[in-house]
Design a protein around this ligand. Structure first.
Ligand code: KIV
Ligand code: ZN
Length: 375
């Protein structure tokens, strides 16, 4: 089954604290995402500033192969701005949970529903493809949410999206809401999961298993607070994990690492070393048991081959190191110690490791040449 990837790096991702991109930077990222194979890009929120409007307009006119969407509130002026920016696809949203209605929108449920229907009808009257989101869906009364989604479907929405706005859902509840939504709308359903409890990818996958056909994701999982479901984790999980159903995406997985590095540099957000798939350590090995295993058969300690996501395996020596891994590293530099010399080098490495030292390749080579008497 083909799963659609809706990338919101340029909209929800750009809402990360401290991130603000110029139109040229946004266009460069959009081109990278298009090359990566995403199906749709949320280019931005056209009405929020002149620079954002310009960026969305440039992306819409760039002739990319993926679909380009823009975010709008359920307000005519927002929708008009999207049309003026050259978009033919809007992602329009209004909050539906009581907490948002009472404290943010100061509206009744009925008023919010009316706004949602009006926006969908207006978007359609302007010839747009309309995806509707019920913001804070996972904290919305379940029966009211069904009513909202059912009514926007009747009003002509092309797609609906279930946002887990504050990452409050469990995979089980995401599945419940997705089934409800598919049933009442009979439309393509997307899920949009935030990572406040570290469950964004698990919740997105649960939505897919329950019948959603699309997930909103960002590169490196950037986004508000703890971020959004990460494209690389979500797409690689779909591709590689042993689910009952077989899933596919249009993502060219071998471009994932390059795209992740590009976005990290452009937005100025470092990827944590232990981040799945794209973190520095995701395909690095230090402990003797692991390096020995990986050198015998990489599948012992790597669930997927690093090349599949455009990466290479790397080894590190330290206090956990073993002779096999260390010798493999030395062999890469053409150094082939005897068994006795290997033991001496490893002893020195472990002494330094015990003293809390990180040992670089250069230091390892220097220890080896000491032992081999090559000074
Ligand atoms: O998380 C969210 O609810 C959103 C909406 C704009 C859909 O990003
Ligand atoms: Zn969001």
């Amino acid at each position: 089954m083909k799963i659609r990837i809706f990338d919101t790096t340029l909209r929800d991702g750009e809402q990360t604290i401290g991130v603000s991109l110029s139109p040229d930077q946004k266009l460069a990222i959009a081109k990278k995402l298009d090359e990566l194979g995403v199906d749709a890009i949320e280019a931005g929120f056209p009405v929020i500033s002149a620079g954002e409007f310009k960026a969305v307009k440039m992306i819409a006119a760039a002739g990319l192969s993926c679909e380009i969407a823009g975010l709008t509130r359920t307000i005519k002026n927002d929708i008009d701005a999207a049309v003026d920016a050259g978009l033919n696809y809007i992602h329009t949203f209004i909050a539906t949970s009581d907490i948002h209605l009472q404290y943010k929108l100061k509206m009744t449920r009925e008023q919010a529903l009316e706004k949602a229907i009006e926006a969908v009808e207006y978007g359609k009257s302007r010839g747009l493809q309309v995806e509707f989101s019920a913001e804070d869906a996972t904290r919305t009364d379940r029966e009211f949410l069904k009513k909202v989604f059912g009514d926007v479907a009747k009003a002509g929405a092309d797609r609906v999206n279930i946002p887990d706005t504050v990452g409050y859902s469990t995979p089980e509840y995401m599945a419940v809401l997705t089934k409800d939504t598919v049933e009442v709308t009979k439309l393509p359903v997307s899920v949009h999961c935030h990572n406040d409890f570290g469950l964004a990818v698990a919740n997105s996958l649960a939505g897919i298993h329950a019948g959603a056909s699309c997930a909103h994701v960002t590169i490196n999982g950037i986004g508000e607070r703890a971020g959004n479901a990460s494209l690389e984790e979500f797409s690689m999980a779909l591709k590689c994990l042993p689910f009952e159903k077989k899933y596919e995406t249009n993502i060219k997985s071998e471009l994932i690492y390059d795209t992740s590095r590009f976005i990290s540099k452009t937005v100025g957000i470092i990827v944590q070393p232990n981040k799945a798939i794209v973190g520095t350590n995701a395909f690095g090995h230090e402990s003797g048991i692991h390096t020995h295993g990986v050198l015998s058969n990489p599948l012992t300690y790597e669930p997927i081959s690093p090349e599949l996501v455009g990466r290479k395996r790397w080894l590190q020596v330290g206090k956990h190191a073993g002779i096999h891994g260390m010798n493999a590293m030395l062999a890469e530099y053409g150094v082939k110690p005897t068994e006795e010399q290997s033991k001496q080098i490893l002893d020195k490495v472990k002494t330094l490791g015990d003293a809390g030292k990180q040992i670089t390749d250069v230091e390892l080579l220097s220890i080896a040449s000491d032992v081999l008497g090559e000074k």
